[in-house]
Ligand binder design. Structure first.
Ligand code: CA
Length: 405
């Protein structure tokens, strides 16, 4: 496509609208505006390449984007549609002419009744690389008008986290394609830091490019407040209403809720079952001096679920040997006695919780210091002073889906 052809034929440029669906109300809460150019009679093609082409002058891009924006807002006003309008701008486009073009247009439509807080401005994370300070100032200025900021294609580079924090965007847009491209564990870690970041700065997570049930479930499970993608609705020349959605999001989400509750219930049954098994042994607890023979009894009961166990006091000091299963045989490792584990994250919190509620606890999944495998630990207060730790290997976790969450 020749950029001159596009710029000279703006009447052939039209917006398409891709619905954004909310997890809270299961409804369309807005539309992302994308550009199409008519080639020939009825052949509409995407303007993605035009906008991503570094050789196309910013001025051209601004003109085309302004044209699309005007059509989109007019459409919303004419059809009396409520909700947000998500628009895309590169940093260079925004900084061209000090970002005045966009603001002027928006202020013009404000007079006509289109409030500026209905605009969500999408800026790609990639764009922070250069001219960050200028961009940051401009976005702060836009925010004072109520314009919302979304960071597009987030998570590609973790090095930008500081900058994202500084921008305090309203929305972080995650491309669901990343799930397909990353290995499972790597992506879980990226997702974890992104949802932490979102919580800290009070931003909502929007998952885009959702193409199937697995991805929608993933988005829901990882705290996605908004969804976008072919699985829910394709971009169209009309702003479609809720009835048009290809998918009944309410039913879908409800099925995820039931599934998740089921898994949590199964996991809690494990905890109750393990707790019961330890409780049955408690009459045999004969004080700290005879801790190793006591653990021997525990190993028999947890032969299937565990590969290692030990007892600590409330200060994190290990008062027993390690009991370690090797080739199906439990062996005591007396040299581990005297280790202190209180430095580990959540250790003291965990101990105090056990002591206060007199209940067993199951840790999250974490990487074991010794084996580097992903494991979980079930812990139980034997008395107010001594605490039993039973490590569950990944093989057992993996066989039981409820322990994976
Ligand atoms: Ca976008």
């Amino acid at each position: 496509m020749d950029p001159l052809d596009i710029i000279g034929n703006l009447h052939k440029v039209k917006p398409v609208y891709q619905p954004v669906v909310s997890a809270i109300r299961h409804k369309i809460i807005g539309y992302e505006v994308l550009g199409r150019f008519r080639q020939g009679e009825e052949n509409w093609c995407s303007l993605k390449n035009f906008f991503h082409d570094g050789d196309v002058p910013e001025e051209f891009k601004v003109d085309v984007d302004q044209h699309l924006l005007k059509l989109a807002i007019s459409e919303m006003l004419d059809s009396k549609r409520t909700g947000f309008l998500f628009i895309n701008r590169t940093a260079n486009e925004l900084l061209f002419n000090n970002g005045e073009d966009l603001l002027e247009t928006l202020l013009y439509y404000k007079e006509k009744g289109f409030s500026l807080n209905r605009v969500v401005l999408e800026v790609t994370e990639h764009d922070f690389e250069e001219r960050f300070e200028e961009l940051n100032h401009l976005l702060l200025y836009y925010k004072t008008y109520g314009i919302q900021i979304a960071i597009d294609h987030i998570g590609v580079k973790s090095s930008n986290i500081d900058r994202i924090r500084q921008l305090e965007p309203h929305i972080l847009k995650i491309d669901t394609k990343m799930i397909r491209d990353h290995n499972r564990e790597g992506f879980q870690d990226v997702m974890f830091s992104l949802s932490m970041l979102a919580q800290r700065i009070g931003a909502a997570l929007l998952f885009e490019n959702i193409e199937d049930d697995f991805q929608l479930h993933f988005a829901w499970k990882h705290g996605g407040r908004f969804y976008q993608g072919f699985y829910l609705a394709k971009p169209e020349f009309q702003m479609r209403s809720n009835d048009y959605l290809t998918l009944n999001t309410r039913d879908k989400i409800n099925s995820y809720i039931q599934r998740e509750k089921n898994l949590i219930e199964q996991r809690l049954s494990f905890v109750l079952f393990w707790e019961q098994k330890v409780k049955e042994l408690l009459p045999k607890w004969d004080g700290a001096k005879k801790v190793d023979p006591f653990i021997e009894l525990v190993t028999e009961k947890f032969d299937q679920e565990s590969f290692r166990m030990f007892v600590c006091n409330g200060d994190g000091l290990q008062i027993s040997s390690n009991f370690r299963k090797r080739d199906e045989i439990w062996e005591p490792e007396p040299h581990k006695k005297g280790s202190n584990w209180a430095f580990r994250p959540y250790f003291l919190e965990n101990v105090m919780q056990m002591k206060t509620w007199n209940k067993g606890r199951l840790s999250d999944i974490y990487s074991d210091i010794e084996t580097k495998d992903m494991i979980r630990t079930f812990s139980y207060p034997l008395t107010g002073q001594y605490f039993l730790f039973i490590d569950i290997p990944y093989t057992f976790i993996y066989e039981n889906e409820c322990l994976l969450i």
